[in-house]
Design a protein around this ligand. Structure first.
Ligand code: CP
Ligand code: NVA
Length: 310
């Protein structure tokens, strides 16, 4: 898959199952190298611009450190410091940045902003989260699941909560990598229906399956992996109160996880809200692998950058 050179990384849907699997294997190999103290710098002399229109801890730090470890340099560019914040177009920003940089990572609101940036830039663009998708996180998550469970195909993953960017990218990954995924969301907060339809088609080719149900208890039954995310994502803060009501029955807690497999792992992309989508006992308990998951952002994104930018 040296063929990933020059590609954008906007959504897992743009990649074949074997390409995703190859990126995960590369991430595991780069993690091994890094733990062994081996220097690996395929991006020496290269630069990555990182545009942030939303807050970030993990994405910002892991991309910046990852680029440094690969021999390159990363620039942190917040929306308000760029002319973008004063109305310069995405297209002019993309064309200008393409003259200086070797890659752009962007975290923004509308997914079409990332598509437009990638369409007008002449260098690879990486999606660092939109309202629609979070593919870097999902790649790191499937790497983490593979490391903990020794396989991906045939595993059952349950997602309890908001039908947001996170569940969209996890659904695409499950469909492409052969997992069985159940999602439980309250009425009006289900994942995107068109994405579900497309992924059902993918499932028929890969042997994966996807189910969207109403009851958390139904989704979590016999799950190998239990996943949740915040009830109000970035940009939806104003809905916090009404969402807290709608999601009241959707907390992942000690009572609910009894119905998962005895050796289930708990995952959350973070940041988490203890006492809302997850109880402290679950996220801080022995089944939780949330910090392995956070660590793998670094390794997975190094794999992405090495594959598309080297
Ligand atoms: N999971 C994740 O993307 O975290 P940040 O918002 O801290 O980058
Ligand atoms: N769904 C969350 C994920 C944060 C990493 C959000 O978009 O805010």
């Amino acid at each position: 898959a040296a063929s990933l050179k020059g590609r954008d990384f906007l959504a897992l849907a743009d990649f074949k199952p074997e390409e995703i699997r190859w990126l995960i294997d590369l991430a595991i190999e780069l993690k091994r190298k890094s733990k062994a103290g081996e220097v690996y710098q395929p991006l020496k002399g290269k630069t990555l611009g990182m545009i942030f229109e939303k807050s970030s801890t993990r994405t910002r730090v892991s991309f910046e450190v990852g680029m440094y470890q690969l021999g390159g340099y990363a620039l942190f560019l917040s929306r308000n410091d760029l002319q973008l914040g004063r109305g310069e177009t995405i297209s002019d920003t993309a064309q200008t940045m393409s003259r200086y940089l070797d890659g752009i990572m962007i975290r923004t609101y509308a997914h079409r902003t990332v598509i437009e940036l990638a369409r007008t830039a002449t260098i690879p663009v990486i999606n660092g989260l939109t309202d629609y998708a979070h593919p870097c996180q999902a790649l790191a998550d499937y790497q983490t699941i593979l490391e903990h469970k020794g396989r991906l195909e045939g595993l059952k993953i349950a997602y309890i909560g908001d039908g947001n960017n996170m569940v969209h990218s996890l659904l695409v990954g499950a469909a492409k990598l052969g997992l069985h995924m159940s999602v439980a969301s309250p009425e009006g907060y289900e994942p995107d229906a068109e994405l579900i339809r497309q992924m059902q088609e993918t499932c028929s080719e890969t042997g994966a399956s996807i189910r969207v149900v109403r009851e958390p208890r139904e989704a979590i039954e016999d799950a190998d992996v239990v996943y949740t995310d915040v009830w109000a994502s970035m940009g939806f803060e104003a809905e916090q109160e009404e969402r807290a009501k709608a999601f009241a029955r959707y907390q992942v807690n000690e009572e609910l996880v009894q119905y998962a497999k005895p050796d289930f792992v708990f995952m959350h992309c973070l940041p988490a809200h203890r006492g809302e989508e997850v109880s402290p006992g679950v996220i801080d308990g022995k089944h939780s692998i949330v910090f392995d998951e956070a660590e793998n952002r670094l390794h997975a994104q190094k794999a992405i950058m090495a594959a598309i930018m080297a």
